[in-house]
Design a protein around this ligand. Structure first.
Ligand code: OGA
Ligand code: MN
Length: 202
């Protein structure tokens, strides 16, 4: 079963590509919940946050349960993953935050780590793709590297595919896309204390 393979892969290599995580029908229902309005993505958090279009050019919208039943179902599935991962590893994952992301033609996200200063408590990254008819010429691949910057894998944003990896261990980038590319990126977090205050997920 997918969940067992996920747990094995996380234990063995720290990342996993789960194809057909959702059926094409479920994908289209979820994609239908994507917002009509988008914000420019930011780098950094809260008051530090600034637009850095040289680093990433996608647009985002944070997931809310009120966006519809397919979103609630998706969040329920993430909750199941959270519980299973917590039972098997001692990551102490506490909360999940996720956003839709839209990359239009030419958009990219340069190599980065998801756990950066101010975001140290991101432990496990998920990216889910909703791009029917994706083909090699569309580009937009996710490239994973190890902490020595050695290339590990190139992953196409194929519809129904869920990618999961340890946030602190895998620098990654999104190559420029040649077609509109819709995804949900999410992070399981622990609660930590940052600058003397309890850092609660949004
Ligand atoms: C991110 C990210 C990867 C992707 O949003 O932090 O790296 O394939 N996304 O969309
Ligand atoms: Mn990332």
């Amino acid at each position: 079963m997918g969940l067992e393979k996920l747990l094995d892969a996380i234990a063995e290599q720290g990342w996993y590509v789960w194809d057909d995580f959702l059926t094409p029908d479920q994908v289209s229902r979820l994609r239908f919940c994507a917002p009509k309005s988008w914000q420019r993505a930011r780098v950094g958090r809260q008051d530090e946050a600034q637009h850095i279009s040289q680093i990433r050019s996608d647009k985002i919208q944070w997931l809310k349960e009120s966006m519809g039943q397919p979103i609630q179902d998706y969040l329920d599935q993430m909750e199941q993953i959270r519980q299973q991962v917590n039972q098997h590893f001692f990551l102490g994952l506490f909360e999940y935050e996720a956003h839709f992301a839209k990359y239009e033609v030419g958009d990219f996200y340069k190599k980065h780590l998801d756990a950066f200063r101010g975001n140290e408590n991101r432990k496990l990254t998920t990216v889910f793709y909703m791009n029917p008819h994706w083909c090699a010429a569309d580009g937009g691949e996710l490239k994973l590297y190890d902490l020595n910057d050695q290339w590990i894998e190139t992953i196409a944003p194929t519809s129904g595919r869920l990618v999961v990896f340890l946030s602190e261990r895998f620098p990654h980038e999104v190559l420029p896309t040649q077609a509109e590319r819709i995804s949900i990126a999410g992070w399981f977090r622990t609660n930590g204390v940052t600058e003397n205050r309890l850092d609660i997920a949004r």
